[in-house]
Design a protein around this ligand. Structure first.
Ligand code: MG
Length: 398
C-alpha cells in the first residue's frame, strides 16, 4: 500500500490522481489532501478518501470546510503555507503529489524534499523558479522526483535503462496549441474562451492559456534542463500537432527513443504513482492507422514570443526564470479576467523582465523576493496599460 499526500487535489491533475486511487484501492491510500478554496469538491473528496489531514488556503476557507463536513471529527483541518508544508511532509506519506498551480508549489515541494519524501511533480513552476536548489536538496536527501508533466514523463521513460552520459539531445514536443495556424494579425482578437479550447489536451485554465501562448513549452524547457541536468542547447522544441509522441531523446549513436500514447494525462500520472511498475489502466493505444501521419515542425518564435522569452530566461538563469514565471501568472490571470489582450501577455512579461535587475548567485530568499517584485511590477504595468488604452479610447471618442 502506498500512502499519498496530494497537494492540489481539486485541480485537473489532482482529480485524475484520485480517479486512479479509486481504480486501485488496494494499491493506494490517501493520507492528506490540500486545495486552495474549492470547498465543495474538497469536502466530497474527504468523505470519499478519508485523509488524516486536509489543507486549504486560509482561515476563512478552513471554517467553510469545517461546516461542509458535519462528521469532520478525526480529521485535522489546516490552512495557509504552514498547512501545505505539513501536508507535504506528513509522517505517513510515502509519495507526495505536488499538483498545485503556479508558484504556490515551490515551498511545499521544498518541504517534501526536506522531509525526504519522494515526489510526483506536476507543478513545473517549482523547478522553473528554484530548480537548482530543489534538485540539489533532492540529491542530498536521496529524494526521487518523478515527473507528471507528460513530456518529462516521456523523457524520463526514454532515458530509463540507458546511461545518462550517452544522452545526446532531448526533443520536447509541443502540440502548438489552438492558434498554431492562426494568421499573425488575428492574435489580438483572441478571447479567453478561444484560448481555453485546447485541440488535444484537457487541462486547467492557467496551463491552457500557457499552451496557447507556448509559454507552457518555454517553462517545460527550463523544467527539463533542471530535471535531467542537461544544457539548454541539448533541448529542442518540436511542434507535433497530433500529440501522439509525448517527447523523444537521442543518444550519441544516433538512436532516438520516443514515448507515444493517446493525449491523456492519466498515463503520466499513473506512471509517477506506481513507478517502476505500470498499472493496468486500460487506456487504448493510439489508433495508428486512423491517425495516419505524424508531423513535426519548427516552432515560430516570432508568432509566439513567450517561447523566446522563456529561452532567454533559461539562458540567463538566476532570478530571471522566477520573474518570467511570476509575470506570466499575473498576465495570464489578467487575460482570463478580460483586462488585457492575448498579445499583451508577452508584452507585460517582456517589460517586467527588462525592468528586473538579475541577482547573482541568488539565495532562495532572493528568488522569492524576485517573484514578489515581478508580480507587483507586472500588475503595475497592466494598470498603466489599461489607463493608456482607456485614454486612447477616450481620445478616439472625442
Ligand atoms: Mg506538458
Amino acid at each position: 500500500m502506498k500512502n499519498l499526500s496530494i497537494l492540489g487535489s481539486t485541480g485537473s491533475i489532482g482529480r485524475n490522481v484520485l480517479e486512479i486511487v479509486s481504480m486501485f484501492p488496494e494499491r493506494f491510500s490517501v493520507k492528506a489532501l490540500s486545495a486552495k478554496d474549492n470547498i465543495p469538491v474538497l469536502a466530497d473528496q474527504i468523505e470519499k478518501f478519508h485523509p488524516e489531514i486536509a489543507v486549504v488556503f486560509d482561515k476563512a476557507a478552513a471554517a467553510l470546510l469545517k461546516t461542509a463536513l458535519p462528521g469532520s471529527a478525526g480529521i485535522d483541518i489546516l490552512y495557509g503555507e504552514e498547512g501545505y508544508n505539513a501536508a507535504a511532509s506528513h509522517a505517513s506519506a510515502d509519495l507526495v503529489v505536488v499538483a498545485m498551480v503556479g508558484a504556490a508549489g515551490l515551498m511545499p515541494t521544498l518541504s517534501a524534499v526536506a522531509a525526504k519524501k519522494n515526489i510526483a511533480l506536476a507543478n513545473k513552476e517549482a523547478l522553473v523558479m528554484a530548480g537548482d536548489s530543489v534538485i540539489e536538496q533532492a540529491k542530498k536527501n536521496q529524494v526521487t522526483i518523478l515527473p507528471i508533466d507528460s513530456e518529462h514523463s516521456a523523457i524520463f521513460q526514454c532515458i530509463g535503462g540507458n546511461r545518462k552520459e550517452d544522452l545526446n539531445k532531448i526533443f520536447l514536443t509541443a502540440s502548438g496549441g489552438p492558434f498554431l495556424n492562426l494568421p499573425d494579425g488575428k492574435f489580438d482578437k483572441i478571447k479567453p474562451e478561444d484560448a481555453l479550447n485546447h485541440p488535444n489536451w484537457k487541462m486547467g485554465r492557467k496551463i491552457s492559456v500557457d499552451s496557447a501562448t507556448l509559454m507552457n513549452k518555454g517553462l517545460e524547457v527550463i523544467e527539463a534542463k533542471c530535471l535531467f541536468g542537461v544544457s539548454k542547447e541539448m533541448i529542442e522544441v518540436v511542434i507535433h500537432p497530433q500529440s501522439v509522441v509525448h517527447s523523444m531523446v537521442s543518444f550519441k549513436d544516433g538512436t532516438v527513443m520516443a514515448q507515444l500514447g493517446i493525449p491523456d494525462m492519466k498515463g503520466a500520472i499513473a506512471y509517477a504513482m506506481s513507478y517502476p511498475e505500470r498499472l493496468a489502466l486500460k487506456q487504448p493505444e493510439p489508433d495508428f492507422t486512423r491517425i495516419g501521419k505524424l508531423t513535426f515542425e519548427k516552432p515560430d518564435v516570432e508568432k509566439f514570443p513567450c517561447l523566446a522569452l522563456a529561452y532567454h530566461a533559461c539562458e540567463i538563469g538566476k532570478t530571471l526564470p522566477a520573474v518570467l514565471n511570476a509575470a506570466n501568472e499575473i498576465a495570464v490571470a489578467a487575460f482570463l479576467e478580460n483586462k488585457i489582450s492575448f498579445t499583451n501577455i508577452p508584452e507585460i512579461i517582456k517589460k517586467t523582465m527588462k525592468n528586473h535587475t538579475v541577482a547573482h548567485a541568488p539565495t532562495l530568499g532572493d528568488i522569492l523576493e524576485a517573484d514578489h517584485w515581478a508580480r507587483k511590477e507586472a500588475a503595475d504595468l497592466i494598470k498603466d496599460l489599461n489607463v493608456t488604452s482607456i485614454k486612447t479610447a477616450e481620445k478616439k471618442r472625442k
